[in-house]
Structure formats: C-alpha cells, structure tokens
Ligand binder design. Structure first.
Ligand SMILES: [Ca+2]
Ligand SMILES: [Ca+2]
Ligand SMILES: [Ca+2]
Length: 201
C-alpha cells in the first residue's frame, strides 16, 4: 500500500468510528428520555353541570342549563350524553319536554348548554322537579355534579269559590253537619254569609 492508500483506509476507519460514536450518543439520548405519559383518569378533563339545582318559573318557556368541562386545552374532543328523567314533574309535554342528546367540547370550548322547555299549565300545584343527567363521557370523566335538579315554580292561583251577582251560593256546602238546605241568590252589593249562618244556628 502506498501512502495515499493508507490515508484512504485511515479516513474510512475514522468515518466509521465517528458514525458508530454518534449512533451510540443518539441511542443514549433516546434511552434517557422520559417515557411518553399514558393518559390516565387523573389527566382526563371532567364534565359537570354548573349547578346542582336551578329554579325556573312555570312560564319561563325555553331555558338553558349549562354544562362545563375542565382542562379546556386538552386536544381530544370531549363528548358526553345527557338525558332528562322525571321527578314529580311529568315529561313528554306534561310539565316539560323530554330532552336527550350529545354535547361536544372541542379544544378550548369550556361550556355547552342544554335547552329545555317548561310547560305552563293551568293547575295550582307545589314546586315540581325533574332531572337531567350526564352519562357515557368520551375523553373525559364525569365531574360533580353530573346531575342537575330542575325546579318548576308554579304560577297558578288556588281555585276560589266565586260569587257573581245573580248567581247562587249553596250554603249547605259550608255546613259541616249538612243540616242546612238552602240556596240564596247573591245580589249586587254582596251577601252577608256570616250573619246568615249565625241567624240559622
Ligand atoms: Ca305543572
Ligand atoms: Ca301556569
Ligand atoms: Ca301549574
């Protein structure tokens, strides 16, 4: 081998050595990296109602309840189903309209709303309620509260005995022992019921 051949061999050996060295360094860097975190329940966003209960007037019409999610920058779109179910209020158009569906929270979306329709009936009644629950979350877990109680505040007056001029009051209806058999016409200016009953005792 002449001198130039030796130089080529040396260069080749050095290049090979450097390549092996850099490969070894790359391998060490790779091995020293922390392993990729596996998504666990702790790192998933939660979805939950903004309140545990809410009051609406019976004549409120169509109203909204709000659902929120945490970790809004999470890259996976969060989905959650919702469903209404009855309490003392009756669904399907009795006291409210049933609802069910899916809410979607893309990245950076913090809240979604569910629209519900309250039915204004003519019945005097106590506060009635129903529920909406969240279920089957995707890329999320259920937070608290995952159920909201919706109170419907009645707006109807109690039924009242009304007496119109010229009408008839059956006094017997006011007698606990039902001994009085009398009907009296009500005149303009009213009728003194108290005095009339006392006069018949
Ligand atoms: Ca009702
Ligand atoms: Ca009403
Ligand atoms: Ca009512």
């Amino acid at each position: 081998m002449d001198q130039s051949q030796w130089r080529r061999v040396n260069r080749a050996l050095m290049t090979g050595g450097l390549t092996v060295f850099f490969l070894a360094v790359l391998l060490m860097i790779q091995l020293s990296k922390p392993s990729i975190p596996v998504a666990s329940a702790q790192t998933l966003p939660t979805v939950f109602f903004s309140a545990a209960s809410v009051d609406f007037d019976e004549n409120a019409g169509t109203v909204q309840v709000s659902v929120a999610r945490s970790l809004i920058t999470a890259t996976n779109t969060v989905r959650v189903n919702y469903n209404s179910y009855f309490g003392t209020a009756t669904g399907d158009g009795g006291d409210y309209t049933n609802v069910s569906g899916v809410l979607e929270f893309p990245t950076n979306v913090a809240t979604r709303t569910i629209a519900i329709t309250i039915i204004d009936d003519n019945i005097d009644e106590p506060i009635e309620f129903f529920y909406i629950e969240l279920l089957n979350p995707v890329n999320a877990t259920l937070g608290t509260p995952s159920r909201i109680k919706i109170n419907i505040v009645d707006n109807d007056l109690p039924a009242q005995a009304t007496a119109t001029p010229g009408g008839v009051i059956l006094l017997d209806a006011y007698e606990p022992n039902n001994t009085l058999r009398e009907a009296r016409a009500v005149g303009v200016g009213g009728f003194d019921m108290q005095r009339h009953i006392l006069a018949h005792r």
